[in-house]
Design a protein around this ligand. Structure first.
Ligand SMILES: Nc1ncnc2c1ncn2[C@@H]1O[C@H](COP(=O)(O)OP(=O)(O)OP(=O)(O)O)[C@@H](O)[C@H]1O
Length: 589
């Protein structure tokens, strides 16, 4: 049975509807008297109380339509209604005018012409125009004003005769017919919506939709359960992800630590919104990060982004031996060395030898980790949860003394458990411990075993292997046009100082790969890149940017400069610019 509420603006209509209601069987019709905003309040209540349809008239129907999401049927002014009123007004002696919205005046003007009636018609577009228009009619000697409720009320206030265009039985029957049609359509749509709603609610993923104004416009059951507290103000990572998706119009996937657990989030750009799918990674599962730079302090790793350590120098062979040897034990290993020389790769190699891929390798970026994040991890028993895994404390020397102390407590409490610890730092740890800037017990605890990786300039024999490994790694990414390097070009590369170590070598090879014009990287190409690097070292800062070009060109210049400043290290440049590495690369193309 259709449950409908009629909100009618005048008594006569109320009575007529009551009368018609007695003949209607398929609609459970409730009738209320209410004009304009009183009508809106009644309609809102009705929606809450499960009414399917609202029936109203004129201006009241229009504003109700804005306020509710169930169908609102307008009792249209019919030709019969206008004819009825004009016939009546013919008997009046004073000058008459019809004032109203076009739904009334258009038909009325035609009828006046057909019947040769001397009645003026005036169309208004807003309620507030009524009073002013009526005043000018009054000044021009008009005495009778025909219109809807608002017009008639205003006319009466000005001392004019107001004649209301009332609705006849035909208009009401039409409205009831329209009610049946809308109900059928609406309930079919509602069935579809509730089917989709229940499918979304059954989904294990939490699904949230954000609009252009970054407000949540939809959340499925899981989303509302887990993230009812979420706004983009309190979730910086999510905001960044949404903004990046909106900017690139491309899907993004990222693992983020929210509210005490990890979630893998996939974003999907839609016309006016961004859909977010939140998934809990399975316990102990390695998570694919897509190889992009991760701006978060806590990161799960994937084997896919790692390659074996290459190099034939005795120094790197010693490192490889240590990795083999240390992998047989479960003790913590402290890996030291300059930036970009393979500390993380070494840590990962140990993990791969000690563990299976089902146990997590978790990196805590100590230079990014905040005191709050560390506290959060402790509160949620993070370290107990991942006892089967390996925790890699990257750049541990960057922790402040408070956090060093906290970490030592965690380490002590975890000692009997299975959790394994690896740490990396620059070379000067003994000195830091001696002068008191690093926690001695923490250092001793984590450096049961030690690996030192010498800088690349001390093991130049490795460079040839590394260059070829990097070229081959670039084939799947950019195609296989470049197949090697000329001996004189390799010599140039081998003699370079490499302050940014292997990471810098890798970035330079990528640049050369992309810039190369032949199958082999030529000496001149290497020289050009080195000249640029030297220039930057001398300048030490950004040179002027030419702002005469388009925004895209300026953006490209800025990215190139930052990239140069970071020794062509794309990860660092992307991190500084707050974008991910693939976006950076796309923007440079
Ligand atoms: N011996 C090696 N063989 C192959 N690739 C290497 C080797 N050493 C380093 N790399 C590569 O160089 C890059 C930098 O290495 P890694 O991130 O392990 O250095 P890191 O010392 O941890 O750097 P940072 O301290 O700056 O974070 C990585 O892409 C890594 O794969």
């Amino acid at each position: 049975m259709i449950k409908a509420l009629a909100i009618v603006p005048y008594e006569g209509l109320f009575e007529m509807m009551k009368e018609i209601n007695q003949e209607v069987e398929d609609i459970q019709l409730q009738i209320e008297l209410g004009n304009l905003y009183e009508g809106v309040a009644i309609a809102k209540d009705a929606e809450k109380n499960g009414y399917h349809v609202i029936i109203s008239r004129g201006g009241t129907a229009s504003i109700i339509q804005e306020a509710v999401s169930i169908p609102v049927i307008d009792i249209q002014v019919s030709g019969y209604d206008v004819l009825r009123i004009l016939t009546l007004v013919k008997g009046f002696s004073g000058k008459a005018a019809i004032v109203g919205f076009s739904n009334i005046t258009q038909g009325a003007a035609t009828i006046c012409k057909l019947l040769d009636l001397d009645i003026k018609t005036l169309t208004i577009t807003k309620d507030i125009e009524v009073k002013e228009k009526l005043m000018s009619f009054k000044e021009n000697g008009y005495e009778v004003i025909i219109g809807d409720v608002v017009t008639v009320q205003a006319a009466k206030q000005l001392g004019l005769t107001g004649v209301l265009i009332t609705s006849g039985k035909e208009a009401i029957l039409d409205a009831l017919e329209e009610t049946r049609r809308s109900y059928r359509l609406f309930s079919r749509l509602q069935q579809d919506v509730s089917l989709f709603q229940s499918i979304l609610d059954c989904n294990e993923q939490a699904i949230g939709v954000f609009n252009r104004e970054e407000k949540i416009v939809y959340g499925n059951e899981r989303f509302n359960k887990e993230f009812h507290w979420m706004t983009l103000e309190n979730s910086i990572d999510i905001r960044r992800l949404i903004q990046e998706t909106a900017l690139t119009r491309e899907k993004q996937t990222k693992t983020v630590h929210i509210n005490h657990s990890f979630w893998t989030i996939t974003t999907c750009p839609k016309e006016d919104a961004i859909v977010l799918y939140f998934e809990k990674p399975l316990p102990n599962q390695a998570i694919v990060q897509g190889g992009d730079v991760n701006l978060d302090a806590i990161e799960f790793h994937t084997f896919a982004s790692y390659i074996p350590l290459s190099g034939k120098s005795e120094l790197i062979q010693k490192v490889l031996k240590q990795i083999d040897q240390y992998s047989k034990s479960e003790e913590s290993v402290w890996i030291s060395g300059e930036e970009g020389n393979g500390k993380e790769l070494t840590a990962h190699s140990i993990y791969l030898k000690r563990k299976t891929m089902n146990e997590p390798f978790i990196t805590l970026h100590c230079d990014l980790l905040s005191v709050e994040q560390l506290k959060d991890l402790m509160n949620e028993d993070f370290f107990q949860k991942y006892v089967n895994g390996v925790i890699y404390l990257k750049n541990i020397d960057k922790l402040n003394s408070y956090m060093q102390k906290e970490l030592y407590h965690i380490f002590k409490n975890e000692q009997d458990k299975k959790l394994q610890w690896l740490a990396s730092s620059e070379d000067n740890m003994e000195e830091k411990v001696k002068n008191g800037t690093f926690h001695r017990d923490l250092y001793n605890a984590l450096s049961q075993l030690k690996i030192h990786i010498p800088p690349l300039r001390e093991r130049r024999k490795d460079i040839e292997d590394l260059v070829h490994v990097f070229i081959s790694e670039l084939h799947p990414k950019y195609g296989n046009r470049v197949i090697g390097i000329r001996p004189d070009a390799l010599e140039e590369i081998t003699n370079y100082n490499w302050p940014g170590n292997v990471e810098q070598l890798k970035q330079v090879i990528e640049q050369l790969f992309l810039q190369s014009h032949s199958y082999y990287i030529e000496k001149e190409e290497v020289e050009t890149v080195f000249k640029r690097l030297e220039q930057q070292e001398k300048n030490g800062a950004l040179t002027d940017i030419d702002i005469s070009g388009t925004l895209e060109e300026i953006e490209k210049q800025v990215i190139t400069k930052v990239l140069e400043e970071e020794g062509l290290n794309q990860s660092k440049a992307a991190k500084r610019l707050g974008i991910n590495r693939s976006t950076l690369w796309r923007k440079l193309k």
